[in-house]
Design a protein around this ligand. Structure first.
Ligand SMILES: Nc1ncnc2c1ncn2[C@@H]1O[C@H](COP(=O)(O)OP(=O)(O)OP(=O)(O)O)[C@@H](O)[C@H]1O
Ligand SMILES: [Mg+2]
Length: 459
């Protein structure tokens, strides 16, 4: 049987040496590197199955090495080795495609298990991916939510998808699912076998946007070395998603309006008129009415775009959807990170419900992703949620005065009451894990238990 090859990248000689001895004993082939640059070179030359990569390296950082390895071959498994406490970097690494992370100082037995498991699951994943590409079909993405607002939305989307309606405007705060909705419409319509092309109007400079959308003829301007088709032409029969339309520059708005009249255009520098059949779905988180008043958005374009207007509710106005979405993302990230998390603890669920979600569904998705990466049990606890969600005291629950930073409110406070409240919150956050709670308040376990007794939390 082929032996698996492991590359160890760490600047500490002793760690490299001990890992090499240990892993060889377990039957792996091992190569080592002391810098990120060497590590990257060996990743290419030796084609290892797995890389154990220290995050803190002199010169090129572990994160940079990770990105480059993944660019080069995304199948190589990378396990990050982090200094204690570098959790956010570890989370970032997982987002960039690391399989898992271990904190220094690590236990060799635990590390062996992670390595073994990762090599097994990666074989399995490769097989699944192969089967999936064979049966890949363009299907609409999952839209989760059972609130009345979502029921209504789904009914509208269904009608829009089946209709001939050629312009749709999706409005909603950032992270409410505008792009998701656009894709759903496309992949549920009879255009689904044709292209769905998205372009972010805010990210492309105005001069370039025109050529992106309409294309150009060879020689139309200095950089136009060859004829290029624009997105409208490429998406013929399908859908173009104009994201952040509220940021489109006025001159470009006029050109878009002209195109929308009869779906015909000329490439820049060209004479021939093309006519295409594309559905235009545009989206914005801006208040376009206000932009019109401020004269940054054309009134006539607004009416042309919003033949069918769709408004997406912020998450805080449809709290019924929070837990359904959270559980959906738990399943999604279980798959991505090979975890078997069942769900959230009751207290953690309450905190999610009590939070305002300024970043809407995207924020919730990121929160769950982070929690799955950090959690090792089968239930996600408060400890795995970001501080701003955990410390949010829902006004209706709070009976004690809010501790406003560390400043003393003019009416004064009862210091004992404040102490009691902090003890309660620390217990709450850690779900009554006393040693964790003590740590949060920087107290020794005895001092903490003394206070628990004093305030009646402990008999
Ligand atoms: N109802 C939903 N069900 C499942 N996933 C959702 C839902 N709503 C949003 N999402 C997910 O949340 C993330 C953010 O959604 P999306 O990118 O569509 O938001 P957006 O409104 O375009 O945000 P922005 O204005 O910041 O571009 C995506 O990963 C999307 O899949
Ligand atoms: Mg978007």
């Amino acid at each position: 049987m082929k032996r698996n090859k492991i590359l160890v990248v760490d600047d500490e000689h002793l760690i490299r040496w001990s890992l090499e001895q240990n892993l060889k004993k377990q039957g792996y082939e091992v190569v080592t590197a002391g810098t990120g640059e060497d590590g990257l070179r060996l990743a290419r030359e030796e084609q290892p199955d797995l890389v154990l990569l220290d995050i803190q390296l002199p010169g090129m950082s572990g994160i940079e090495v990770l990105e480059k390895i993944k660019d080069y071959d995304e199948d190589i498994i990378v396990i990050m080795v982090t200094a204690n406490g570098g959790l956010d970097t570890a989370v970032n690494a997982m987002r960039l495609g690391a399989y898992d992370y271990v904190s220094k100082p690590f236990n060799l037995d635990e590390l062996s298990i992670i390595i073994k498991k990762s090599l097994e699951t990666s074989d399995l994943k490769r097989e699944v991916a192969r089967l999936r590409t064979e049966t890949k079909k363009s299907v609409p993405p999952n839209i989760i939510g059972t609130s009345p607002a979502m029921h209504y939305l789904m009914a509208v989307l269904d009608k829009v998808a089946k209709s001939e309606a050629s312009t749709v405007l999706v409005q909603g705060e950032s992270g409410t699912g505008k792009e998701l909705v656009a894709k759903w419409i496309h992949y549920s319509s009879n255009r689904s076998e044709k292209p769905f092309i998205a372009i972010n109007c805010a990210a492309v400079p105005a001069t370039l946007l025109e050529s992106e959308l309409f294309g150009h003829e060879k020689g139309a301007f200095t950089d136009a070395k060859a004829t290029k088709k624009g997105l409208f032409e490429l998406a013929d029969g399908g859908t173009v998603f104009l994201d952040e339309i509220g940021d489109m520059e006025m001159g470009m708005q006029a050109k878009l309006l002209r195109f929308l009249e009869d779906r015909s255009f000329r490439r820049i520098g060209g004479g021939r008129v093309f006519t295409v059949d594309v559905r235009i779905i545009s989206a914005t988180n801006k208040d376009l009415q206000k932009s019109i008043e401020e004269k940054t958005f054309r009134n006539d374009l607004y009416y042309r775009l919003q033949v069918i207007p769709i408004f997406l509710c912020p998450l805080r106005e449809r709290k019924e959807d929070i837990l359904a979405l959270a559980n959906h993302f738990v399943q999604v990230y279980n798959k991505d990170f090979n975890k078997k998390v069942q769900g959230l603890s009751d207290v953690a669920e309450k905190k999610l419900m009590g939070y305002n979600w300024p970043g809407n569904v995207r924020e919730l998705k990121n929160v769950i992703e982070r929690a799955i990466i950090l959690g090792s049990d089968d239930t996600l606890l408060l400890d795995h949620l970001p501080l701003e969600i955990v410390t949010k005291v829902a006004p209706q629950i709070s009976t004690t005065p809010m501790i406003n930073g560390f400043s003393l409110p003019p009416e004064g406070v009862d210091i004992e009451e404040v102490e009691r409240e902090l003890i309660r919150q620390a217990l709450d956050i850690t779900e009554w894990n006393q040693s964790k709670a003590a740590k949060k308040l920087n107290l020794g376990i005895d001092a903490f238990r003394y206070r628990m007794k004093k305030f009646g939390f402990l008999k």
